[in-house]
Design a protein around this ligand. Structure first.
Ligand SMILES: [Zn+2]
Length: 371
């Protein structure tokens, strides 16, 4: 199946998360890979929410390169689409649809890679394993699920994440820690505020402290400095009641050596004992060594393929690598996929068609140079 046909088929599975519904998409990918000789298994983190793992029966004790992609996509958003988001409409060098860039084109290119290797160099198939995840867009749920199971993933020599990078190899990304920060007061009638204690006023002071928050950690050579953003706030129930509670959602993008325990402690010490700080979720940062031999070999083959000088760069978003990296034995990791990062989560999302076969070439070269 040509990569474009594969991508069209993948887009037709409506895997908007929530609810996800990755089951049929996983079954489709699984049957294609089984036809090529892969052994597949699925692991549901919730009913009908499988992560698919495919490995080739090993004739040697080679450690495979793990290729990963997520099958779920984000909602269509609030704006109306001018193209059908699930039909894969083609116009010029663009194919439109939800998940084209983020990141079903990456999955299509990975499947196309093994279809071609099956004919061109079948002995290389055992150098490859796949992890196609469910629930990535809501916090890497499927990836964390399989990473937490004993004897499921095994070790990998390297990890390739097919997220949208326009095929530019990126070698890491920040992690993320999210907290609910809550202030408490005492309700009273708004006509007699002196009888209450206004939790919104307390939140205002908390916001100023968070805006000025000092991480007190040196900038990371690849990932730069950590950041903090208050992304949501809710306080009070009615205009005529003194609010007794205000809750803020705080998103912190982290660099290596920052732990959620230490961050929670320093937030608590800055905000004081009356403010509650509750951890919601966390994913770790990824920073491959730019001098690593495998990373260097990918850089040089991508320089030949893209005909540009590859510089050391990282991604703004986090990926399933946060969940998979440790379980796979902390292999060197790159993000490399045909999608456009700027198209992810957008209305009328598209992917450049020419980039998809370019990704197939890149993936094949990555596997071949490892022989
Ligand atoms: Zn993605």
């Amino acid at each position: 199946m040509e990569s474009l046909t594969l991508l069209k088929k993948l887009i037709s599975f409506q895997t908007i998360n929530p609810p996800g519904n990755e089951y049929e998409c996983a079954a489709f990918i699984g049957s294609l890979l089984e036809n090529l000789g892969f052994q597949t298994s699925t692991y549901d983190f919730a009913p009908q929410r499988p992560t698919l793992i495919a490995k080739f029966p090993l004739s040697s004790n080679k450690t495979p390169i793990c290729f990963t992609g997520h099958m779920d996509v984000v909602s269509l958003g609030e704006l109306a689409w001018t193209k059908n988001p699930f039909s894969g409409k083609i116009k010029g060098d663009k194919i439109y649809g939800r998940g084209t860039s983020d990141m079903k084109a990456g999955i299509a290119a990975m499947i196309r890679m093994v279809q071609r290797l099956h004919i061109e160099a079948p002995s290389l198939l055992e150098n490859i394993m796949f992890v196609f995840t469910a629930g990535e867009e809501t916090g890497c749920e499927g990836a964390y699920h399989v990473a937490g199971l004993d004897n499921v993933l095994g070790k990998a020599k390297a990890l390739v994440v097919g997220e949208p990078t326009s095929n530019y190899p990126l070698i890491g990304h920040k992690g993320c820690v999210r907290f609910d920060v809550t202030t408490f007061g005492k309700a009273a009638h708004a006509s007699m505020p002196e009888l209450g204690d206004n939790a919104v006023y307390k939140a205002a002071r908390v916001i100023q402290k968070l805006e000025a928050f000092d991480f007190n950690i040196p900038s990371h050579p690849l990932l730069g400095e950590p950041t903090l953003c208050i992304g949501r706030i809710s306080g009070g129930t009615n205009i005529n009641i003194v609010p007794n509670r205000t809750c803020m959602g705080v998103d912190i993008r982290t660099i290596p050596n920052q732990t959620h325990e230490a961050l929670k402690k320093s937030l608590e010490s800055v905000l004081g004992p009356d403010v509650d700080v509750t951890l919601l979720e966390q994913v770790k940062s990824i920073a491959s060594d730019p001098e690593d031999k495998w990373v260097q070999s990918v850089f040089s083959l991508m320089e030949q393929l893209l005909k540009i000088k590859i510089e050391v760069k990282t991604a703004p978003y986090f990926t399933d690598a946060s969940a998979l990296h440790e379980a796979l034995g902390e292999p060197p990791t790159i993000l490399l996929g045909p999608g456009e990062a700027g198209m992810a989560h957008k209305t009328d999302e598209f992917c450049y068609i020419s980039k998809i076969d370019e990704a197939v070439e890149a993936y094949i070269k990555i596997v071949k140079q490892d022989r």
